[in-house]
Ligand binder design. Structure first.
Ligand code: DGY
Length: 319
């Protein structure tokens, strides 16, 4: 049996891999396994420990002749041709739940950082521009008591709603389906997208990438938001039309945006969004706490072992 790891994973859990298994790992830290290597190495692999940066498309599946299990160390799986995997009877495992708190915490981090203009303020100090305390110097927005609109009320959305309630926020959500149980349990209210955008002081994108959610935030949608409101994306870049976001931010149609994800990752240094003071951008670190990543590795490995042993995966997206 051969297990292919497309990224360097350094974890004592790897010692659990039976000695008779062959392990092939791409060992360049924080670098993607080159496409030709991936296609070559997957050709005789039984299992793949993949990541959200790997494109598992029809070309990949043509090479993956022996593959029995795909395990991605992520909650999102829009990089995987699920139909093709299912057609070939390959279970696809992912790692939800264990990362929900971390991703929700990053959403809050970006909300706070945008609201209180933290990055801009630090830059101001670095540039030695601080002359004295000012009555409205870097005056921003308040979070406590404000209204949060969550687009996509799944696992992460529910955790974020709970965290926001602790900050005395009112929470509304837009979702494909209304979820009355969650409304009662968390004291949140359902809205259509337009109403949510009009009412909310903070809008957090948590809807997964799909054809349906492609560019659901365009210029029309951003224009519905208040000039004082803040947009945060910790889901996938494809949900946002970045040109539209740039336009609305430059026109001060909204107060700021906190972005963990981008249409093309890595976002390039000369991207117009990065030239704006009212943008805070971080490099797709939603689930990046040590503890969370350890748990994601644990689940992704367990999914591999279960898959190779023809057992039910801990979390699967196509069964
Ligand atoms: C995932 O795992 O899909 C998320 O992007 C984590 O940030």
């Amino acid at each position: 049996m051969k297990i292919l790891f497309t990224r360097l994973i350094q974890s004592p859990l790897l010692e659990q891999i039976p000695k008779e298994y062959e392990v092939v790992m791409w060992e360049e830290e924080n670098k993607i396994m080159p496409r030709n290597e991936l296609l070559k190495e997957v050709s005789d692999a039984d299992a793949i420990f993949a990541n959200l940066t790997d494109r598992l498309d029809s070309e990949f599946f043509e090479h993956a002749k022996k593959l029995k299990i795909i395990s991605t160390m992520a909650v999102g799986f829009d990089n995987i041709d699920l139909q093709e995997a299912t057609k070939r009877g390959i279970p696809v495992g992912h790692t939800p739940d264990v990362l929900s708190e971390a991703v929700a915490e990053l959403a809050l981090t970006l909300m706070f950082a945008c609201a209180r203009r933290v990055v801009e303020s630090m830059q101001f100090i670095r540039e030695n521009k601080w002359e004295s305390w000012g009555p409205y110097l870097f005056a921003g927005q308040k979070i406590s008591g404000a209204k949060l609109g969550i687009i996509g009320m799944g696992r992460i959305g529910k955790i974020l709603a709970k965290q926001a309630k602790a900050l005395n926020m009112e929470v509304v959500y837009a979702n494909r389906r209304r979820d009355e149980e969650t409304e009662k349990a968390l004291n949140v209210q359902f809205r259509d997208l337009d109403s949510l955008l009009k009412e909310s002081d903070y809008v957090v994108m948590l809807a997964p990438a799909s054809e349906e959610t492609y560019h659901i935030m365009g210029y029309r949608e951003f224009s519905l938001m208040k000039a004082t409101s803040i947009f945060v994306n910790v889901s996938r870049g494809s949900t946002v039309d970045e040109e539209a976001l740039y336009k609305v931010l430059s026109e001060h149609g909204i107060f700021a945006a906190g972005l963990d994800v981008f249409e093309i990752e890595p976002i390039q240094k000369d991207h117009p969004l990065l030239s704006l003071d009212n943008v805070i951008a971080v490099p797709h670190i939603g689930s990046a706490t040590k503890e969370t990543r350890d748990k994601m590795v644990e689940i992704a490995l367990k999914n591999i072992f279960n898959g190779l042993n023809n057992e039910q995966l801990l979390y699967t997206v196509n069964e």
